[in-house]
Design a protein around this ligand. Structure first.
Ligand code: 9YT
Length: 129
């Protein structure tokens, strides 16, 4: 059994900080679970264009508010605590945190992240192998 606390991850190599987000990788590839789990902070006012061509991702908002735009349809959906979105078609999207508030999201990736990824120029992560 693996038991961890967010405190075990903070300020380690699995605590990945970028301009728009900080991702604390709690479960990643080495755990052998077939998925990874991150506790991610989207910084206030951040606007992130992403497309995970190599991964499926489900995201569940547990703090803050913002919105997501599906760039295939142009539709924008509000996000608040309790909103979940699943990028089941590797959807190209823009994620925004409202100004003045961060969003805290639980993110599950399949296949799992190695724990250290940052986005490439297309807003994707490379495959681990
Ligand atoms: C919600 C989202 O896609 N944020 C970008 C960071 C990524 N999800 C991660 O590595 O946690």
């Amino acid at each position: 059994m693996i038991v961890k606390h967010l405190d075990d991850v903070l300020n380690t190599a699995a605590d990945v900080d970028t301009e728009g987000w900080t991702s604390r990788r709690l479960i990643y590839k080495d755990a052998g679970m077939g998925y990874s789990v991150n506790d991610t902070i989207i910084k206030p006012g951040a606007e992130l264009e992403m497309q995970y061509r190599n991964h499926l991702e489900t995201v569940y908002c547990i703090e803050g508010a913002g919105e997501i735009t599906d760039l295939a349809t142009g539709e924008t959906h509000p996000i608040r605590v309790g909103t979940l979105y699943a990028l089941n078609k590797h959807d190209h999207h823009v994620l925004r945190a409202n100004k003045g508030t961060h969003m805290r999201m639980v993110c599950v990736f399949n296949p799992p992240l190695t724990g250290r990824e940052v986005h490439d120029a297309t807003g994707a992560y490379a495959l681990a192998d």
